[in-house]
Design a protein around this ligand. Structure first.
Ligand code: FE
Ligand code: CA
Length: 507
């Protein structure tokens, strides 16, 4: 939906005042229309995402009774007015319009705003009847190709509602950053560990659209999560639990995938072009931040071949099967051609699962083949590509394993002297796995077995990344506990990668 800028409105007012009047008449009418007989429509908060230099997506979903069928909404479309302003009190409005929340989209609204100025903050809100949503803050990306001195963002994943409070989101909302990268396990389709470990989750395993909607409604009712969505645009991708544990795209439960993907799109600040088509949903895409940074958002779930085996890794023929793929042909080609064309100083692959090799100190049977370790030919192709094409400063960001991991991507992981191609930062969970531990002894054992790995712990929190022309810096931000509310946040370790000098260094 195009926005009408203030400048353009003024132009209309002088040249085509009738048009301006007509426009404001429809906008006022939408704001003044009879409400749908419900109040408390904005209990799931507001969000924004997909930041571009001239706009972004604004999101909300009407749900006066969040975990009830249809969120407690009538089975009919509802007009939702929106506006975006240059200041937090919404007095300098630069765009407004009316969207329709359809029942078959769970009464969600995805407004695609454009025509904005690059690299600045904006504020937005929605209105239905006489009710306003909370005001959210969002930001445009820097203009394409321009020299950008610094981009800051947080990386998070894995928020099991039952296993902990989202305290980390509350702290993230107060960080000095431009956007959030969320790398999957936004919901969990099923109960984990002990029943109602920290808070009520519901015992059903989500398999139908209504059940997935209920899960999102429950998670999105969390005030800490809402605060973080309202503070920054989010760039999201999914992992397995948005559908079912450790699934691969080639699994054949397409009905379940259709339901899960539909609910995912309804609940994320994504574009209409990302809406699922049946059981397929296009989620890999690229974001550019001036000449400084390109972020390739990957989907390692939908197109992968099935997990090769459990058993002993060295005997796992599937892991070395040249036909096995993590990204699928089309996505891999898209990634390679994007990397080849990129003029950015830093090239990020933001995806779900750890990419570097993680030999387990307790033996080969423990190696996780749901990760890139189960798809080693696919991984080698990518590492070879980065090395051969001298991709500028490759950085991999991942999540999934409920621990912080930092290390290097080697051309040959079994040879500590081989070329370092790039570095990887694995974000821990927001809450999955409960309080977590430092696991210092385990870390020492892992590092002894995998010299390219520099850091590991099992605390909860997120990564804070600051990218400049000269260096990449990542702070491991961690909360002390998640099974009770109110934990403080601290930086437990910091790492940097210098421009043009591959390899992560502790600082
Ligand atoms: Fe997880
Ligand atoms: Ca996962």
């Amino acid at each position: 939906m195009r926005i009408i800028s203030r400048r353009r409105l003024l132009a209309y007012a002088s040249k085509f005042s009738a048009q301006a009047l007509l426009f404001s008449f429809f906008w006022d009418k939408a704001f003044a229309q009879a409400d749908p007989g419900k109040t408390g429509l904005f209990k799931l908060g507001v969000a924004s995402g997909e930041p571009e230099p001239d706009g972004m997506v604004l999101w909300t979903r009407l749900a006066p009774r969040p975990t009830h069928r249809r969120g407690g909404m009538p089975n009919e479309p509802v007009k939702v007015a929106w506006e975006i302003a240059k200041n937090s009190d919404m007095s300098a409005v630069v765009g407004r319009g009316v969207a329709t929340a359809q029942p078959d989209s769970g009464h969600s609204v995805h407004v695609e705003v454009d025509g904005l100025e690059a690299n600045r903050w904006y504020w937005y809100r929605f209105k239905v009847g006489s009710e306003y949503s909370p005001i959210g803050r969002t930001r445009t990306a820097p203009a394409a190709g321009t020299r950008v001195e610094s981009v800051k963002f947080a990386v998070a994943s894995c928020q099991h509602f039952e296993q902990g409070y989202f305290t980390a989101h509350r702290h993230m909302a107060a960080e000095n950053i431009h956007f959030v990268l969320f790398l999957g396990d936004y919901i969990y389709e099923r109960q984990h560990s002990k029943r109602d470990h920290v808070r009520y989750h519901g015992e059903f395993h989500a398999t139908t659209l209504d059940e997935y909607r209920e899960r999102y409604a429950q998670y999105k009712s969390d005030a800490d999560l809402q605060a973080c969505h309202a503070a920054f645009p989010w760039i999201v991708t999914w992992d397995d639990h948005e559908v079912v544990n450790n699934y691969a795209g080639s699994d054949d439960d397409r009905d379940r995938r259709r339901a899960a993907y539909q609910a995912y799109h309804e609940n994320m600040p994504l574009r209409h072009s990302s809406a699922p088509k049946g059981a397929d949903m296009m989620l890999y895409r690229r974001f550019k931040f001036g000449n400084l940074l390109e972020v390739n958002i990957l989907d390692t779930r939908q197109y992968r071949t099935v997990k090769p085996c459990d058993g002993k890794w060295s005997e796992c023929e599937g892991a070395a099967n040249p036909d096995a793929t993590m990204l699928g042909n089309k996505q891999e080609k898209w990634l390679f051609s994007g990397l080849q064309k990129s003029k950015a100083k830093w090239n990020v692959m933001a995806q779900q699962i750890p990419m570097f090799q993680r030999l387990h100190p307790k033996g080969e049977r423990r190696i996780k083949t749901d990760k890139w370790d189960g798809y080693i030919v696919s991984r080698q192709r990518l590492l070879n590509f980065l090395s051969e094409h001298k991709t500028s400063n490759p950085i991999v960001l991942s999540g999934d394993v409920h621990g912080n991991w930092v290390g290097d991507l080697k051309l040959d992981f079994d040879d500590a002297g081989s070329t370092t191609v790039g570095s990887e930062f694995v974000a821990t969970s927001i809450s999955s796995g409960g309080n977590g531990k430092n696991r210092k002894k385990r870390a020492r054992k892992f590092i002894a077995k995998n010299p390219h790995i520099k850091f590991f712990n099992r605390r909860r929190g997120y990564l804070l990344c600051e990218v400049t022309q000269d260096r990449w810096k990542t702070d491991i931000r961690q909360v002390k506990f998640v099974e009770e509310k109110g934990a403080p946040i601290k930086t437990s370790a910091s790492f940097e990668v210098k421009n043009g000098v591959p390899g992560v260094v502790s600082i």
